[in-house]
Design a protein around this ligand. Structure first.
Ligand code: PNS
Length: 163
């Protein structure tokens, strides 16, 4: 049984994350989307809401029979992966700029848990410029974010703004 985790902040989930899930899930029997409960950052969405969004959107993604679940975690990704008996950590690479950071994380995670491999997938080129940070910035400044995030994320951002 091949189980992986796909860790991230997902603040918020973007269509780029969904692209990586769609590409990577068929490689595994099970995948846990692991949402970091980052106490030291001030996320836009609470960890509960980030998990809720992912659970709402996942059924629309074709994961080719891979059993998907969503969990939040605190602490080290490598420890969470080990605790969940996952053999792989999935990460997406959008552009060369991501590579250095991702390489350092992968090597550190390997040092922490040598039995767990990081698996990198190249994002589709149409998603290569999308990040949660840019989506939030564009939205905050009145730009159009449709097509960058699932509709529920856009609706939730709008609702938040109108309060
Ligand atoms: O979506 P992000 O913000 O790029 O995800 C980064 C994430 C959550 C994968 C990374 O910050 C992480 O693994 N944090 C948990 C703490 C940890 O394990 N730190 C050491 C990483 S080598």
């Amino acid at each position: 049984m091949r189980r992986s985790i796909f860790p991230g902040s997902f603040d918020p989930l973007t269509n780029g994350h969904l692209d990586i899930i769609r590409r990577s899930a068929p490689l595994f029997d099970e995948m846990i989307v692991a949402v970091l409960n980052n106490a030291d950052k001030r996320p836009m969405f609470s960890v509960e809401e980030r998990c809720e969004i992912i659970r709402e959107v996942l059924p629309s993604v074709d994961t080719d029979g891979c059993r998907m679940s969503v969990e939040s975690f605190s602490g080290l990704t490598a420890h969470f992966a080990k605790e969940k008996k996952a053999t792989a950590i999935v990460r997406g690479i959008r552009a060369v700029a991501d590579y250095e950071y991702e390489l350092r994380m992968a090597l550190m995670n390997r040092r922490l848990e040598p039995s767990i491999e990081t698996v990198f997938l190249m994002a589709g080129e149409e998603y290569s410029y999308i990040s949660s940070r840019l989506v939030k910035e564009v939205f905050r400044l009145g730009g159009n974010i449709s097509g960058l995030v699932p509709p529920t994320v856009e609706a939730r951002l709008r609702k938040r703004k109108s309060i």
